[in-house]
Ligand binder design. Structure first.
Ligand code: SF4
Ligand code: SF4
Length: 172
């Protein structure tokens, strides 16, 4: 994907999100400093579990962690980062279950697969800490860094038996 295509895709996603934000009216838009449980964060970007949280979600859904990843999660890594982590699928990348998200799909998001029609989380009792501490009125990048750290040293393969092939889509 060219830089211009990537930029255009990012703009489309930003426009989609801004319209949704106006509709759902999250706390920051209302000028509040308390979560109003509007669900906008789960439409914007899915949360990231630690490996331990992933195991709890698997238990909650009565699946093995590997089956859980292959059914409901996609694999990602930070820009120029080397540690793979998983995050719940969003509705526009359901075909990437258990696969690495290629660059040209990074902004092709949509709501989380675990978000119901009333904007409530279907795995609420075991939702990751990154979801529990969401504060749209504050920056949360530091928490994201911390959770990605928990996936370092190839935990994905060593603990859950998931071997990543980043370029499987292109090679098929
Ligand atoms: S933290 Fe998320 S769910 Fe809570 S008000 Fe903000 S956008 Fe909505
Ligand atoms: S798992 Fe739950 S809290 Fe996390 S993004 Fe999905 S709906 Fe939101």
């Amino acid at each position: 994907m060219s830089i211009i295509d990537g930029f255009m895709q990012m703009r489309v996603e930003e426009n989609r999100l801004e319209k949704l934000r106006q509709k759902l009216k999250p706390a920051d838009l209302r000028g509040e400093k308390k979560c109003v449980m509007c669900g906008f964060c789960c439409h914007r970007r899915t949360c990231i579990p630690t490996p331990e949280e992933l195991k709890k979600i698997a238990e909650f859904l009565n699946l093995t962690p590997k089956k859980l990843i292959n059914k409901f999660f996609a694999i990602d890594r930070q820009w120029l980062g080397k540690d793979y982590y998983v995050k719940p699928l969003s509705e526009n990348i359901l075909d990437l279950a258990g696969k690495f998200i290629p660059n040209d799909r990074t902004f092709n998001e949509g709501k989380c697969v675990f978000l119901d029609e009333n904007n409530k989380c279907k795995i609420y009792p075991v939702r990751p800490k990154t979801a529990q501490i969401q504060k749209c009125w504050e920056e949360d990048e530091e928490d994201k860094e911390n959770v990605i750290d928990s996936w370092k040293d190839n935990v994905l393969e060593k603990e859950f038996g998931i071997k990543v092939n980043e370029y499987e889509e292109e090679n098929e």
